[in-house]
Design a protein around this ligand. Structure first.
Ligand code: ADP
Ligand code: MG
Ligand code: MG
Length: 884
C-alpha cells in the first residue's frame, strides 16, 4: 500500500496558516512569498514526515523519498538550474524549522550541490569569481562534514587556522581563491580520512542525507534542553526547508544580515540590526566575524538598504508584531530568508504593544493578550544593565526578581543596623526565619544557601519587592566568622556582590544597574487591563508603606492584613509573651491592654492608606509558640544558668519560660492550636483585636473624614460552630466600642476557607459568614497532604523535575485537585448566600495561571503581594478576554 500523505510542499503551496506542518520558518517563507516579498524558491518537508521517521527508528515513511525527488525536479524546473549540473548547477540550503522557533538549536547545511564537477560552473556564473566559488565549496565541506557526517568541528577549524597562520592573516576574507582552493582540498582529505573513505559525492544522495540529519538534530542535546526550558513538546518534530541558495559572499556588492523591525531590548521603533559584506548568513548569526551596525549599510548598498527598510515595514504590518528577520543581498539584490515574531525583553514587550495600539496596528485586546503577565515583574525592580557581561560565581533559584548590589551581612541584626543607616547590604543566610524580617526589610537583597522559590525568604522578599536568590548550591556560610565561600573564593562583610533575582545569578562586585521601567506605557497597559477584567485585585499588606505601594500599583483594597507580623516586632514581643505566659485571666487582660493601643496604631496606618477601599484584617493565626523562644535554645539557656550558677531569680524565670515552651510544644504545629482554635481557647485575644480594629477605624474616620471598609476575618474555621462563637465575640466587642464612642462604621465578619472540611461544608459555614477568603496556601498543604517546608526541601523538586507534578503547587494552583475545593467552596457558599463575596489570598493570587482559574471559578477578587498587583490585573483581563 502506498502512503498517500503529502509530506512535501512547494513554496507557493504554503502560507502562514500551515505553521504546524511547515514549521515557523517554512510557513513564514511561504507567506512572505505569497505577499510579494523576495524569497529564494524552496520546498518544505513537513514536521509530520519527521515525526513519522522518529516513530519508526529513523526509517523514512514510504513515499517520502519519491516526494522529495519530485519536489526537487519541480524546483529545478522553476529555477532553470539542475543539482549537479556542470553548466548551470543549482545550490541549495537545508534548513531546520520547528513550529516554535528554537534559534540555532538545530542544524543547517548551506551550498549543497557544489562539488569538483560544479565548482567551475559556479565561478563562471558569478562573472568568473573563483574566490567566491571556492569559498562556497570549503564552507560546504565543513558544514556537511560536521552536520551530516559527524566529523568533529575542530578538524576543520584547525585546518582553517593553519591556513590563515601560514599566510599571516587574521580573517577568512583575507584568503584568496588559491588559498581557498587549497583549503577545500585539505578539507576533503580530512573529511575522507575521518570517514574512512566513505564521503558521499552524489549531490542527490547528499541532499537526502542532509534532510535526514536535520530530522535527527531535533533530538540533539541542546535542542532537548531548550525544549524543556521552554515547555515545547518533543512530539512536534521539525520541518526541513530546502531552499535555493542566494549568495552574500559574492564580493563587496553582496552582504548578509539580521534586523528587527523595532529595538527588541527597549521596544523603540528604530533601526536595529547588523550586517556583513561578502559573507554568508552563518557568519553573522554564529558570531564568526564582528558585524557592522545596520545604519552603515545605507552608504555601502543604498538601494538594497532602502528596500530592506520598506520590507521590514511591510512584514511588521502584515504580521502585526515585532519582526526578527534574516536577509541576504546578492549583487545588490535583496532576498529575505526568514522572519518571525522576535523575542524581546519585558520592557520592549510593553512599549511595542502600546505603540502598536497607538499606531492602529493592533487592538487593545490584542495588546493585552500579547504581554506575558509574569514579564511585568521584571519592570518593577531595578535591573542589571543588559550590556553587563560577566560570569556568575554561582547560580541559585530566581526567587524574587530584580537586581541588588550590596556589601555582605551575615545576620539580621547587623543588616538592620547597617541598612538602617543607609548602607546597601545583602543579607547572606543559610535560610531565613520570621526573626530575620527586620534585617530582610532594609536589605537590597537576600542570598540563601537553602530554601526554594516559595521559601520564606523568597515569599517575604517578593512581597516587599526585595531581590532574592535562594538555594544557591554549594555555597558555604560561616555566620560566626562572617564569611561565605563561593567556589574557591571567600567573601566577608567588606565585600560586595550583585544578585540577579530574575535569573538567580550572583556576581562578584557591583554590576551596573538600570532603574525600573514603571512608565506611561506600563500604566497604560494597567489601565487597559482594568477596562476588561471582572475579577477584583487586592493586595496582601500590613503596614503603611506596603499598603500605599499596593494602592499606587492599582490594588482595590487589602485582601489580607496579617496581624501576627505586628506581634513579632521587637518592642511588642515582651507584652505578647506576657499575654501568652499569663496564668490567669487578669494577667492576660493586663498584657492585652498593653498590646491593644499598639495594634490600633498599626490598623490606623493601614486604614488611612486604604481609606475608601476595603481592608480584610485576619485575626491572630499562628500557634503561640512562634512568639516564644525555641525549645532547644531555652533548654540550653537554663542549663547554662544552672552550670554557671546564675541568680536564683533568673533561673526561676527561665525555668518557668521553659516549662511554658514545653507545654505549648506540638508535634505538628501546622495542624495544631492555631487560627480560630487559639481564639476559642483564649477569647480575650480576638476580643482585643476586634476592639483595636474598631477604635482605629473610628479614629481614622474622625481624623480624615473617611476610613477603610472593615472586614474582620476568622482564620482556620472548619466547623460552623467555631465561626458562630468567634463572630459572637467579635460582634459584642465591636458593638460595645460603637456604644462607647457613640459612632459606628460599617463592618463585616467573614472567614477563611483553607481546610478541605471548610470547603466541603461551605454551605453551612456560609450561614455565619459575610464573606469567604480562600487561603490557598493552607488549602494546598491540607488538600494534597504535604507540608510546604518539608516538601519544598524534600521531594517536590524531584517531582517537578521528573514531571510527576507539572508545577510546584505552592507557586501555581493545583487546578484539577485543590482547585476543585475552591470551586466547591464558592458554589456551596453561594447556595446558602447567593451574593456571598469570595476572594483568594495566598501566593496564588499573583500567579497568572491561577488568576485565570480564579476568574473561571467565579471569585470576586484575588489578593497578592503589592508588587504582583499589576501582574494580577493583566492576568485577570486576559482571563476575561479569553472567555469572549
Ligand atoms: P537558524 O535557524 O539556526 O538561524 P537558518 O536555517 O536560518 O538557521 O540558517 C542559518 C543561516 O544561513 C541564516 O543566517 C540564513 O540566512 C542562512 N541561509 C539559510 N538558507 C540560505 C539560503 N538559501 N541562501 C542564503 N543564505 C541562507
Ligand atoms: Mg535563522
Ligand atoms: Mg492560613
Amino acid at each position: 500500500m502506498t502512503d498517500q500523505t503529502k509530506y512535501v510542499y512547494d513554496l507557493n503551496e504554503g502560507d502562514a496558516s500551515l505553521k504546524s506542518l511547515l514549521g515557523g520558518k517554512g510557513a513564514n517563507l511561504a507567506e512572505m512569498n505569497r505577499i510579494g516579498v523576495p524569497v529564494p524558491d524552496a520546498f518544505t518537508v513537513t514536521t509530520q514526515a519527521c515525526v513519522a521517521a522518529m516513530n519508526n527508528n529513523g526509517e523514512w515513511p514510504a513515499g517520502l523519498r519519491e516526494q522529495v525527488e519530485a519536489a526537487l525536479d519541480r524546483l529545478e524546473e522553476r529555477t532553470g538550474k539542475v543539482l549537479g549540473s556542470t553548466e548551470n548547477p543549482l545550490l541549495v540550503s537545508i534548513r531546520s524549522g520547528a513550529v516554535f522557533s528554537m534559534p540555532g538549536m538545530m542544524d543547517t547545511v548551506l551550498n549543497l550541490g557544489i562539488s569538483d564537477d560544479t565548482v567551475g560552473a559556479v565561478a563562471a556564473l558569478a562573472d568568473g569569481n573563483e574566490r567566491f566559488a571556492w569559498d562556497c565549496y570549503r564552507r560546504f565541506i565543513q558544514m556537511y562534514g560536521e552536520v551530516v557526517e559527524g566529523v568533529d568541528q575542530y578538524v576543520f577549524e584547525d585546518a582553517l587556522t593553519e591556513a590563515k597562520e601560514a599566510k599571516g592573516v587574521a580573517n577568512d576574507t583575507d584568503l584568496d581563491a588559491e588559498d581557498l582552493k587549497a583549503l577545500t582540498k585539505k578539507f576533503k582529505e580530512l573529511a575522507n580520512e575521518a570517514l574512512g573513505g566513505h564521503w558521499t559525492t552524489d549531490p542527490r544522495e547528499q541532499l537526502m542525507r542532509a534532510i535526514n540529519a536535520v530530522f535527527l538534530s531535533w533530538n540533539n542535546p541542546r535542542a532537548e534542553v531548550y525544549r524543556k526550558a521552554n515547555g515545547i513538546s518533543r512530539d512536534l518534530g521539525t520541518a526541513v526547508n530546502v531552499q535555493q541558495m542566494v549568495f552574500g559572499n559574492r564580493g563587496e556588492t553582496s552582504a548578509t544580515g539580521v534586523c528587527f523591525s523595532r529595538n527588541p531590548s527597549t521596544g523603540a521603533k528604530e533601526l536595529y540590526g547588523e550586517f556583513l559584506t561578502n559573507a554568508q548568513g552563518e557568519d553573522v548569526v554564529a558570531g564568526i566575524r564582528t558585524p557592522r551596525n545596520l545604519a552603515e549599510m545605507e552608504d555601502v548598498l543604498p538601494e538594497a538598504f532602502h528596500e530592506l527598510l520598506a520590507t521590514m515595514d511591510k512584514l511588521e504590518l502584515h504580521n502585526k508584531d515585532l519582526q526578527d528577520m534574516e536577509f541576504t543581498i546578492e549583487d545588490r539584490k535583496l532576498y529575505m530568508l526568514q522572519t518571525r515574531n522576535g523575542k524581546r525583553t519585558a520592557a520592549a514587550a510593553v512599549k511595542s504593544a502600546v505603540d502598536m495600539v497607538d499606531e492602529g496596528l493592533i487592538t487593545k485586546e490584542e495588546a493585552l493578550l500579547r504581554i506575558n503577565p509574569s514579564d511585568l515583574d521584571a519592570l518593577l525592580h531595578p535591573a542589571i544593565d543588559p550590556n553587563f557581561k560577566a560570569t556568575a560565581i554561582v547560580k541559585g533559584l530566581p526567587a524574587s526578581p530584580g537586581a541588588a548590589v550590596g556589601a555582605l551581612s551575615f545576620n539580621a541584626d547587623d543588616a538592620a543596623e547597617r541598612g538602617g543607616k543607609g548602607e546597601s547590604v545583602i543579607l547572606v543566610r543559610y535560610e531565613t526565619t520570621p526573626d530575620d524580617i527586620h534585617g530582610v526589610m532594609v536589605s537590597q537583597g537576600v542570598l540563601t544557601a537553602h530554601g526554594g522559590m516559595t521559601s520564606h525568604a523568597a515569599v517575604v522578599a517578593r512581597g516587599m519587592g526585595i531581590t532574592c536568590v535562594a538555594g544557591a548550591p554549594g555555597i558555604k556560610i560561616d555566620p560566626k566568622g562572617e564569611t561565605v565561600t563561593i567556589g574557591d573564593k571567600t567573601y566577608g562583610t567588606g565585600d560586595t556582590l550583585t544578585l540577579n533575582g530574575t535569573t538567580g545569578e550572583v556576581f562578584e562586585g557591583a554590576a551596573p544597574l538600570v532603574p525600573p521601567s514603571i512608565n506611561e506605557d506600563f500604566e497604560q497597559v494597567g489601565a487597559w487591563a482594568d477596562e476588561y477584567r471582572r475579577l477584583g485585585v487586592r493586595a496582601n499588606a500590613e503596614n503603611f508603606e506596603d499598603a500605599s505601594k499596593a494602592r499606587e500599583l492599582g490594588a482595590e483594597g487589602i485582601g489580607l492584613a496579617r496581624t501576627e507580623h505586628m506581634f513579632m516586632a521587637a518592642d511588642r514581643l515582651p507584652s505578647v509573651r506576657k499575654m501568652i505566659l499569663a496564668t490567669n485571666e487578669e494577667e492576660r487582660a493586663a498584657a492585652l491592654e498593653e498590646i491593644l493601643p499598639l495594634q490600633q496604631a498599626d490598623f490606623e496606618e493601614i486604614f488611612s492608606a486604604m481609606k475608601g477601599l476595603p481592608v480584610t484584617v485576619r485575626l491572630l493565626d499562628p500557634p503561640l509558640h512562634e512568639f516564644l523562644p525555641n525549645i532547644v535554645d531555652q533548654s540550653l539557656l537554663v542549663q547554662k544558668l544552672e552550670l554557671t550558677g546564675g541568680s536564683e531569680e533568673d533561673l526561676a524565670k527561665e525555668r518557668k519560660l521553659l516549662a511554658q515552651v514545653k507545654s505549648l510544644h506540638e508535634q505538628n504545629p501546622m495542624l495544631g492550636t492555631r487560627g480560630c482554635r487559639l481564639a476559642m481557647l483564649y477569647p480575650s485575644i480576638p476580643e482585643m483585636q476586634a476592639r483595636a480594629i474598631i477604635r482605629a477605624a473610628l479614629a481614622v474616620q474622625e481624623r480624615e473624614g473617611e476610613t477603610a471598609g472593615i472586614e474582620i476575618m476568622v482564620p482556620l474555621v472548619v466547623i460552623k460552630k467555631e465561626l458562630e462563637v468567634q463572630r459572637d465575640i467579635v460582634v459584642k466587642a465591636v458593638e460595645d466600642e460603637f456604644e462607647k464612642a457613640g459612632k459606628r462604621v460599617d463592618y463585616t465578619v467573614g472567614t477563611m476557607i483553607e481546610i478541605p472540611r471548610a470547603a466541603l461544608t461551605a454551605n453551612e459555614i456560609a450561614e455565619a459568614a459575610d464573606f469567604f477568603s480562600f487561603g490557598t496556601n493552607d488549602l494546598t498543604q491540607t488538600g494534597i497532604g504535604i507540608s510546604r517546608d518539608d516538601a519544598e526541601a524534600g521531594f517536590l523538586g524531584h517531582y517537578v523535575d521528573a514531571e510527576v507534578m507539572s508545577k510546584n503547587p505552592f507557586e501555581s494552583l493545583d487546578q484539577n485537585g485543590v482547585g476543585q475545593l475552591v470551586e466547591m467552596g464558592v458554589e456551596k457558599g453561594r447556595t446558602t448566600k447567593p451574593g456571598l463575596k469570595t476572594g483568594v489570598c495566598g501566593e496564588h493570587g499573583g500567579d497568572p495561571e491561577s488568576v485565570e482559574f480564579f476568574h473561571r471559578a467565579g471569585l470576586d477578587y484575588v489578593s497578592c503581594s503589592p508588587f504582583r498587583v499589576p501582574i494580577a490585573r493583566l492576568a485577570a483581563a486576559r482571563a476575561a478576554l479569553r472567555e469572549q
